[in-house]
Design a protein around this ligand. Sequence first.
Ligand code: TYD
Ligand code: MG
Length: 454
Amino acid sequence: MAKKDAAYVCSECDATFYRWSGRCPNCRQWDSLQEVRAAPARERSLGRAAIATPPLSIAEIEVDPHVRVPTDIPEFDRVLGGGVLLGSTILLGGEPGIGKSTMLLQALGMMAAQGMRCLYVSCEESLGQVKMRAERLGLERSALAVSAETSLESILALVGTETPQVVVVESIQRVNAAELDSPTGSLRQVSTCATALTEACKEAGCALFLVGHVTKQGLIAGPRALEHLVDTVLYFESERFQALRILRAAKNRFGAVNEIGVFEMGPDGLQEVRNPSELFLAERDASASGSVVTATMEGSRALLVEVQALVGPGAYGTPERKASGMDYRRFSMMLSVLERQAGVELGRCDAFVNVAGGVRVFEPAADLPLVLALASSFRNRPFFSDAVAVGEVGLGGEVRAVSRIEERLKEARKLGFERAVVPAGNAGAARRLVSEVHPVRNLLEAVRCLHAPG
Ligand code: TYD
Ligand code: MG
């Protein structure tokens, strides 16, 4: 059998293959595979190479103290895990126009006002454009340093000479390393530049924010490819046509994942939404059928959101189904469970579900409010207007206990919900928090709540 000492590396994405092909199987670039010879096996044999740093026992390892700097924008600080950690790299992704530049300019402006050395590298917009945005945000007199460099070498030099404590590079897809002949924005450029910037900033002990654009179609050379390189990944999300912006931590080596910050885009920048539950429930019609309020966990905090369902007789053929803000497969499964285990015959109906306010709810604890909303719409019987529902629903129609019931119900009570429909397994804890508890063991018991007078 032939030895596998020849390999082919893609000049675009650095993927390695053991067979040549005309097109890279990974990034689909044509004619980019180049042969490299692997080092002969004998050089790699045990004990030949010098060891630069011998291993240490856990007790011997010294950890650099981490310095966290709050930006004074509490919603932003919480998502970061309690402020900006100096020496860490944070990737901020989101669709164009969602508010990445605005967020970072505001945060940097706040930090510069505290006397921190901040550098904003704008690779996409001119200095004039940055100034105009800064004026809108009330930062026209800020000491924040701005540069419009796009070359990696120049940015690295700036980090060396300006010795900033916080650097923003917007966007990483626009930075160019002269040593590479791949085009700006290619996966190879993006990952080379991100690696070099990350290393330089780590060494200098400054925090680095990398901005990356994400498009609806997915991205070619974008943030997802960088997720493993950085310490923290934040994504900005919104529902189209809504001023609401949700900043979510998708990864955080130094904080809780799935932590969210809620903002509203206004004429003078992003404003924090201090009580998101109130906002999410603001336009609710409490007496309508098909509407159920639930308490969902987002990172370390509970949020109240409204799950809405609309079920109608299907016209003909395949019934129409749509889920927004929820997982479609979970929704389909719940339709089947509801039909099979509670006799709610939705099979031929059109069914739509939506989480009002543009939030996305993906945890199993949202199963119960989802099935209740569907059954409520189907039977045209409203759910209690002053109750929240939480619970995971199994395939057998059993309702299972959920985690962190205390936090969920505390948030509910804060907003005046004194009644809760909960899994029987959570009933004890729930009784200590709200005045009226309806424990349910299965879907049949759950749908009975729709008959009870509100
Ligand atoms: P921006 O921060 O430039 O988005 P990104 O960097 O993610 O591409 O935000 C752009 C949008 O926000 C744009 O449509 C204008 C709007 N905007 C406001 O509504 N108010 C403001 O104060 C600012 C600065 C922008
Ligand atoms: Mg921008």
